[in-house]
Design a protein around this ligand. Structure first.
Ligand code: FAD
Length: 466
């Protein structure tokens, strides 16, 4: 069987790449080892976690948030089975959607483990052990990432879980210990705290959400602490052992020493993900990896071997679904001989907690390190009428603009619905817009987005409502 393009992996990078390639008239196939399409994101990542985040937020709101609005209801009862059924149905609708899109676009899908047998040749090994070889002018590696292990801690997905197990717990734990204060740890920690768990987070660094704007992360940590989460920063978990009553955990200072024993019902290991390159035959095919084990690519997604491309979590850049999708589109367009491009300066990043954190572009720390002079405009949601009406006054919008040209270089939003609000900042930055452009754009009243406009006005010290 001969194709123009074979994509290995059907996550957001792979399936979007395949659809775009088919749209451009290329004969396209996808190889996927999982029973369903959609990769980490649709099966065990973005989609199930957001289903549980939304449901658990409603549960907490019904318990604590209704009375101030004059809605008196009895304390809500958790039906975890139904909540999980909602999550599973959401996943099913999404993965079935990808299967439908493959059919609609006449993409051939092969189930099995894909291996590059030689440039232009992909061997697919089905679960029953049978194998077939497909041929293609171009091969796209979109095999994504997998959970990173922590030395001394064996994940069993029952008591010591990764994000995958944390999406499937049969009951809220009394105490959940989260290892790693990154996005996944804080999101899933939030889910189980809202459903009744006492949550403690151990983080190696001296701050949470590494890489995000430090002021925003610090303010968010305070809000999480107010909600009941406890943080142990500059600490590392060196051992976790499952006993009869739970998991015994040894925590030390980041630099080592000063061991402290902790207990938890469930330990969630969320220290990051690593690129999935095993079993792909990359070494034999001569495809080079970089120092961090990612497939090395140039700016056109070409690996070291002609005709083999790579996109998504398996290559450099943030491990985010939408980054992989955009790379998938650009890669397919380049294979088809068209122009394709991803602007890595404008990739939004969202933490779907309450409140949400959303950012795009540079943080203050990055601008300082690069020696770029910048102005800051900040506006708090306490001064926004809609936030008051909605009782969502936490957080702020912060805009960083070039001190000379006024071009917006970074936007950081901590607040309810931040993940939706960040889109206007991304569009503005894609068009290299200025704070002045944003400040002169009429924003509907009363909306939370008026805080974005006010922050843009504040860049020039002329916010109206603060
Ligand atoms: C709990 C959690 C929550 C997340 N939430 C978000 C979020 O809210 N927003 C966001 O942007 N990102 C989120 N992410 C990250 C997001 O899931 C990834 O960035 C995204 O899935 C990467 O897409 P990808 O196509 O590169 O790889 P993947 O989605 O990992 O897909 C790779 C696919 O390749 C298949 N595969 C691997 N090797 C082979 C092989 N040899 N042969 C055949 N098939 C193979 C795998 O089975 C998999 O289906 C989350 C991740 C997790 C774990």
């Amino acid at each position: 069987m001969s194709y123009d393009v074979i994509v290995i992996g059907s996550g957001p990078g792979g399936y979007v790449c395949a659809i775009r390639a088919a749209q451009l008239g290329l004969r396209t196939a996808v190889v996927e080892k999982r029973a369903t399409f959609g990769g980490t994101c649709l099966n065990i990542g973005c989609i199930p976690s957001k289903a549980l985040l939304h449901a658990s937020e409603l549960f907490e709101e019904a318990g604590k948030g209704f009375a101030p609005f004059g809605i008196d209801i009895p304390a809500p009862k958790l039906n975890l089975k139904a909540m999980m059924a909602h999550k599973d149905a959401t996943v099913k609708a999404n993965v079935d959607g990808v299967a439908f899109l493959f059919k609609k676009n006449k993409i051939d899908a092969f189930r099995g483990l894909g291996r590059i047998a030689a440039p232009g040749k992909v061997e697919v090994e089905a679960e029953d052990g049978s194998a077939q070889t497909l041929e293609a002018k171009a091969i796209v590696i979109a095999t994504g990432s997998e959970v990173m292990d922590l030395p001394g801690v064996k994940i069993d997905e029952k008591r010591i879980v990764s994000s995958t197990g944390a999406l499937e717990l049969a009951a809220p734990p009394k105490k959940l210990l989260v290892v790693g204060a990154g996005i996944i740890g804080l999101e899933l920690g939030s889910v189980w705290r809202r459903l009744g768990a006492q949550v403690e987070v151990v983080e190696f660094l001296d701050r949470i959400l590494p890489g995000m704007d430090a002021e925003t992360a610090k303010q968010f940590q305070r809000l999480m602490e107010k909600q009941g989460a406890k943080f142990h920063l500059s600490r590392k978990v060196v051992k976790a052992e499952t006993g009869k009553s739970g998991v015994g955990v040894t925590v030390e200072k980041a630099e080592g020493g000063d061991p402290v024993a902790m207990e938890a019902d469930i330990v969630l290991v969320a220290i990051g993900r690593r690129p999935m390159t095993e079993g792909l035959g990359l070494k034999e095919a001569g495809v080079k990896l970089d120092q961090r084990g990612r497939v090395e690519i140039d700016e056109h997604f070409r690996t070291s071997i002609p005709g083999i491309y790579a996109i998504g979590d398996v290559v450099r850049g943030p491990m985010l679904a939408h980054k992989g999708e955009d790379e998938g589109i650009a890669c397919a367009e380049l294979i088809a001989g068209k122009a394709g491009h991803v602007n890595y300066d404008v990739i939004p990043n969202v933490v779907y907690t309450y409140p949400e954190i959303a950012s795009v572009g540079k943080s203050e720390e990055e601008l300082k390190a690069a020696g770029i002079a910048y102005k800051v405009g900040k506006f708090p949601f306490t001064a926004n009428g809609r936030a008051r009406a909605n009782r969502t006054p936490e957080g702020f919008v912060k805009i960083l603009a070039d001190a000379t040209t006024d071009q917006v270089l970074g936007v950081h939003i901590l607040g309810a619905g931040a993940g939706e609000m960040i889109a206007e900042a991304a569009v503005l930055m894609e068009f290299k817009g200025s704070a002045e452009d944003l400040a002169r754009t009429c924003h509907a009243h009363p909306t939370m987005t008026e805080a974005v406009k006010e922050a843009a006005l504040a860049v020039d010290k002329r916010a109206i409502h603060f």
